[in-house]
Each structure stands twice: as C-alpha cells, then as structure tokens.
Design a protein. Structure first.
Length: 447
C-alpha cells in the first residue's frame, strides 16, 4: 500500500562491519524519533549524526548508529526518509529493523523503495530497471550498460522519438483544425518522411534486443562433438575450473552441464553435453536428448573435433544441419603438431593453452559484436522493451498505410498516438500495475 511508512535492511545479510536500515514514508522522521533517546534531537536533513538507537518498547539500547534524514523533496524515494548505518552482523540490524516496525513501519516488499521513487517521478521505469540490473550484474559489460541506462542513456533516445512523433501529430492536427486552408502546412510526403525516420530509429534499437538479452542472461554456448573429442576439457578450460569429469572413456558426460562464466568481460552460459553418438544405454540417451534441446537454443555451438584428422560424414552433416551458428574447434592440437587444419576453425590444446585466447576473443566478438564495437549503445535488455517497441513499429506501419491510402488524417492520427503510447509504456509514463509488478517483483528487499 502506498502512503504508509516502510522499512528494510538495505545491505546484504550476514557478517559485515556496517548495515544500513532504510525507512521511507510520511512517518519516517517520527518513527526515527521514537528510536532516539528522549533528549536527543533529530539530525537536520542530509547531515550525518551519531545517535543511540533504543527499543521503543523497553527503552533498551540497541546500538549507536550514523543517522541521516531526508526531506521528501530531496530523497531517493521522493518521500521523507532516513538511513541508519548501524553495526552489521546477524542480530543488530534485525533488532534495529524490529524497532522501526514496533514504531509503526511496515516491512518493505522487494523493490518497494525503487517502486516509490518511480511512482513519485524520481526515476523513469527504464532507470529503475537499470538499477536492478546494476545490482544483479556479474559481468563488467552488463554493469557498464546498466550505468549508462541508469543515467538516462536509453530514456533520452525514447523521449526524443516520442517528441518527434508528437510533433508530427501536431502538424497533422493543424491540417484537421484548418481544413479550409487549401494547402496543408506540411505535405503528406514530409510527414511520411519524418515518420519513416522515427521508424528507422526504432528498428535500430530493436536490433539490439537479442544482444541486450544475452547481456542480461549470458550468451548460450553449447559444446558438441563426438564422444572423447575434448568437449569437457575445453569446457573446464573456459570456466577456469574442473567442473566436468574428463576421462578417456567415451560417454562419461551423460547429462548436460551448465555453468556461468565471464569471458573478456561479457557473460556466458556454457553447456557441456553428452557426445552425439547412438547411445548404448537409457541414461546416456536422455543426456543426448537434452543436448539436442540445448543445441536448438544455442547462440553459438562449439563443435569439437580432434586436429589433424579428416571430419567424418556424421560431423560434416552436423555442421551443415545445425539450427544454430557453429564454430569448428580443432582440439588436442598438441597431438597434431605440423598438420594444418582449415582456416575457419580455431585450434586449441588444453595442456599448453594454445588457441584459448583466440577462442575467447572469437566468442566475445560473435555474441556481443554490437556492444563490443561501440562504447555507449543503449541496449534493450528485456522482452518488455522489445514488446513495447514492436507495438510502436506496427502502429507506425499502420499510420503510413492509412496516409498513403488517403484515409482522413484524423483516422490516421489514431495509429500515431498508439505508437506514442508504446514509447510511453516503455519509459513508464503510463504503466499498468502488471508492468510494475514485472519490473519491481525481482528486486531485493531494501532497494
Ligand atoms: N593431448 C591432449 N589431450 C586432450 C586434450 N583435450 C582433451 N584431451 C584428452 O581427451 C580425452 C577426452 O577428453 P574429454 O574432455 O573427456 O572429451 P569429451 O568426451 O568430448 O568430453 C581425455 O583423455 C582428455 O585428457 C588436449 O588438448 N590435448
Ligand atoms: Mg565429456
């Protein structure tokens, strides 16, 4: 419920020198007052002061904490707020939180502080999402992209597009309001040109969506190849730890193993699979089935075959028929010195690390070509973003069709406004509750 006063521990649970308890809402300052000693004053806004915190019921001293208060006009949430930096650990922060609850606060839901910041106009929805991604980011690349969007890098582009479309709509309405003028102030050609330029900019953003989602979830790289071709060894080498069992017995890896890793600063999900052979037992057959499913979804398949030998018929067929992009990796290069393999493959040897740096570079370039090439590209990292922009694109196409077919401008203009709505939903100017739940539901408590 909005309007009540919420509190939560904003720092990670567990041992730590300091923990921060956050309070936000109309009663934030009176609540803090109930925790202070009777003769202690509330610190002036934005001035850090050391204060003793007491249990409001028993009066028992809980801790001494550095206390900062904020007025609604200048706080993260846009409400009166306080932050109490107390000692960390398992008990003290929980007792401070319990004291705020005893003084009338409600425990905050996940993401509720940020949700309030959004509802009070302190952030737009894209910025709020970016904050969540910044907290979750495991890879330097996602962190960089999230900071860029937190600073309105994507919001500004969307606002620019929205304004361009609203200008076009204004020109159209001029023609509607003054039909007696012989010449409309702006020709249909000029209007169509402006709309198709906006459409092209939306398309450009939409093209970043696959890469943006890879940045958030990790690019899916699946290792495939005959049993014993060195898949598990390569999997472990790319992870930098012994995750999969390596043996000379074919068929050791029966299930698919998945692990997250960062390669050249970018996030990847690596999958090691059972070899692609006709299974001799049921368990292995199930592993092969799982492998096939992964292969269909892969952003890139690393197809492993020993260096220095001809590819078999089964292997050539795999390379031809793969539903996903494939890179041929020639493994065990140390055992095939002097024998050339095709230039389109990457040669690797695990014992001396040959080819691994090149393979890592190749992975990054293939999965993250766009963001690797340019420093600050606004990426669409969520299905929600792509969905909203696809809606706008479809509406613009309808608008163009309507105008070209000579429909009255007041009818055509409806499509233009639909396109604007798609952009407004994206930045959160208008947001149905279910969109807000989708965005804030995954936040941690205290953010
Ligand atoms: N000499 C050499 N042997 C390797 C290399 N990579 C893997 N092997 C060996 O090849 C065998 C099969 O490796 P493994 O990774 O289990 O293959 P998988 O069945 O495709 O997963 C094991 O005996 C490994 O030690 C390599 O780069 N050089
Ligand atoms: Mg294996």
């Amino acid at each position: 419920m909005e309007g009540d006063t919420i509190a939560a521990i904003a720092t990670a649970q567990g041992a730590g020198a300091i923990a921060v308890v956050r309070i936000s809402g109309p009663r934030a300052l009176p609540v803090l007052g109930e925790l202070l000693a009777p003769d202690a004053s509330l610190p002036a806004p934005r001035e850090a002061r050391l204060r003793s915190l007491h249990d409001p019921g028993s009066g028992e001293l809980i801790d001494r904490a550095l206390v900062v208060t904020f007025r609604a006009s200048a706080s993260f949430t846009g409400e009166d707020a306080a932050e109490l930096s107390c000692h960390g650990g398992r008990l003290t922060p929980a007792l401070v939180l319990a004291a705020t609850l005893a003084a009338g606060c409600r425990h905050a839901d996940p993401g509720e502080f940020t949700r309030r910041a959004y509802l009070n106009g302190k952030l737009d929805l894209l910025q709020a999402e970016a904050i969540g991604e910044l907290i979750d980011a495991d890879s330097p690349a996602l962190r960089r992209s999230a900071v860029f969007r937190m600073e309105r890098g994507l919001s500004e582009r969307i606002e620019g597009l929205r304004e361009a479309l609203i200008r076009v709509d204004a020109l159209l309405s001029y023609g509607i309001d003054f039909p007696e003028e012989d010449e409309p102030p702006v020709s249909n050609e000029a209007i169509l040109a402006a709309v198709s330029e906006a459409g092209a900019r939306i398309e450009q953003l939409l093209r970043t969506a696959p890469e943006g989602q890879r940045l958030r979830r990790g690019a899916l790289v699946v290792l495939a190849g005959r049993p014993n071709s060195g898949k598990s060894s390569l999997f472990n080498a790319l992870l930098g730890r012994e995750r999969a069992i390596v043996t000379e017995v074919p068929g050791t890896t029966r299930d698919a193993l998945e692990a997250d890793t960062t390669i050249e600063g970018y996030p990847f999900r690596l999958v090691d699979t059972a070899g692609l052979r006709t299974a001799t037992d049921r368990v292995e057959a199930m592993g092969i089935e799982v492998a096939r499913r992964y292969l269909g979804e892969a952003d890139l398949v690393l197809f492993c075959a020993e260096a220095g030998r001809e590819l078999g018929e089964d292997e050539r067929r795999f390379l031809q028929d793969s539903p996903s992009p494939v890179l041929l990796v020639r493994t065990k290069a140390d055992a095939a010195r002097g024998i050339e393999t095709g230039s389109k493959s990457v040669r690797v040897a695990i014992p001396d690390g040959e080819g691994l740096a090149r393979l890592r570079r190749e992975l990054r370039e293939r999965a993250f070509a766009g963001s690797a090439a340019e420093e600050e590209v606004p990426l669409l990292t969520r299905e929600r973003h792509a969905r909203a922009l696809r809606g706008s694109t479809a509406a613009l196409e309808e608008f163009q069709r309507a105008l070209e077919e000579g429909e009255p401008p007041e009818f055509a203009s409806v499509h233009l406004r639909d396109a604007v709505s798609g952009l407004e939903e994206l930045v959160g100017r208008v947001s149905p509750d279910d969109v807000l739940d989708e965005v804030f539901g995954r936040f941690c408590v205290g953010k």
